[in-house]
Every structure is written in C-alpha cells, then in structure tokens.
Design a binder for this molecule. Sequence first.
Ligand code: CUA
Length: 368
Amino acid sequence: MRKKVLWALGLVALALGLASCAPHATQDTLKAEGPYAQQIKTLFVPVFWIATAVFVLVEGGIVFICVKWRHRKGVNRTPPQTHGNTRLEIAWTIAPALILAVVMVPTIATIWSLAKPPPAGALNITVQGHQWWWGFQYTDADMKTTYGTNTPITTADVMVIPAGRTVYLSLASAGGALNGGVAGPNPDFAVIHSFWIPELAGKQDVVPGRTNHILIQADNPGTYYGQCAEFCGLQHGKMKVRVVALSPTDWSAWVANQKLPSATSTDPLAVQGMDTFLNPLSGGRGSCIACHSIGGTAAAGTAGPNLTHFADPTHSCFAGCDWNTSDTAALQAWLRDPNAVKLGSKMPNYHLSPDEINALVAYLQSLK
Ligand code: CUA
C-alpha cells in the first residue's frame, strides 16, 4: 500500500517536472529580452541557488534523521535525550541571518535600480487595464494624431514599441484617474489588474485611482507575450496582451500611419459596414460609436477598444488577445454575441443580422 502511494507521488512529481519543459515557451521570465528583465534574472539566479542549497541542507538533514532514528520492528530503543545546546542555537540563528543579509544587498540594489526615473529619450505610454483587455495611449508630444482634436495615438490589446529604446509605462485601472489627464471611462469596472510581459520586465499592479510605473525595453524586434497577473473577475485568464517591438524604420512607418485616420475603403461591403458602425442600429438596438473610437470619423467612444487601425499588421489580436484579427470566423462569432464566446464581456449583444455582421467585419478588416 505504502509503495503504491510512493509510486503515485513519484509519477505526479515527474508529470509536473515534465510539464515545465517547454522549449518554445512564450512567457519565460528566464528568457530575458531586455535590460530590465535581465536585471531581474541576474538577481534571480544566485538567489535561486542559495535557496536550493538551504533546501537541500535542511530537507537532507530531516530525511537523514528520520531514516537513522526510525522505529524498527522488535527494537525498542530510545536515542540519548538532550536538552538545549547554546553553541548550536547561536549558530543556527546567526547562519540564516547572514545568508539573508547577503541576499538583501543585491535585492535592494535591484529594486532601487528598477525604480529609477526613466532615462532621457524614453517613450511614454499610459496603460489602462479594462475588463478584460488592455488599452495603450502614447502621451509624448510627438505622438499626437493629425486628425480631430489631436488626441494621443491609441491602441488596444497590442502595444507597439521601438526595439532598443526604453519605454516608461504609467499604469492605471479603468475608472481611476491617470496622469496626463486621461481618466478611466467607467468607475464601476474599477478593479486591480497586473501588467506582465515576462520576457521584458517584472509585474506591475494596475490599481484604480493611482498611477504606477514600470520601465520596459525589448532589445530586438519581435513579439512578446504577456497577460494580466492579478485576479480581476470572470475572464481574468483571458486578459492577454502582446508587445510588438519594431526596428527603427518600421517604427517610424508605424508612427506615421498611426497619426493618420484609417483610410476609407471603397469596397461596397466595407462602406456598408461603416454605415452600420457610425449610425444608430435600427430598432433602437444601440450604436457601436457609443463605446468605440475610429479616428477621422464621428466614432469617439472611449469605453471600448479604439479601433482606428484595427487591421494594421501589428494589431494581431482583439478582445483580450484571445482571437486573431485576421480570423474572420472569430470576428463574426464575437459580433454575433460577445458573451457567448467570452462570458461577462462588457460588449452587449446587439442582435446583429448576418448581413450586418458581414458588413461590419469587412469594415473592421479594412481599417489599416
Ligand atoms: Cu486583469 Cu486579471
């Protein structure tokens, strides 16, 4: 019986161990892709080995004692009983204190270093946590759009950054006030999130009513995956995010395009979709523009994701990065009934007809 339990425990441990072997894991803190993630890794590795040595010594001692003085059948012996050993007690009080003091020095140095003000030339982005998607605003003076009231470039779900340049994030939960005069749209949805791109930086809490900061940087162009790391409601697990780092040339092109309104499509279906999007839906069903913005049109809602460049190649995913923007079937399913695919979504079911859905999808996929 006892052997069976040991075997079962061993198999569970093996399964857990093997489950951690993912050669192409996308959210790996040990695969630092920028200087801030590297600082954390540089601290983590020695602390890990010190903790491992302590674990092996303590657990090894316990196992040794348990085996050596275990109860044996037919042998009724009691080991010599001792009480108190001043030298030993002083030693095992001082040793952990010394180990902790040694670990404390690089830990505090790293915390201070990561909390430093941003270096000159850092890009400023505000991050808003919504239920359940991330919104980004580029608040620097040279990142304003050329249309309307020249609002900052705004994206949802995917944050685009220049590779090799430090980005200073100001994070707040929707509903909370944000530096730079950008307020959260709905205080009812004010919950705590945590922004985490494991390959680029540590976690940072996103709290209603206050602004937190974190520095991130990607050394090389690429896509870096992350997700919300603080339970924030029903779909917390589907509050993902991507960071796309671009080369200097691609970055300049991206910024130039983001400053412009999306080009108006001449495709008849897309034009029909634009009409559906911008006008109240028939039968008093509501309207898309109550919550969404599309630069250069009358759509200026802020409760939902900004859709201005929905079909830009960098904008690969939508609705908490659960679906790809190029996935027409997923877009159709989402428009048919958001709550059927993501229970609890704040986007209501507008009872759109198949024709309206097809037209809206054509319009969204034309927003380059
Ligand atoms: Cu947002 Cu969990």
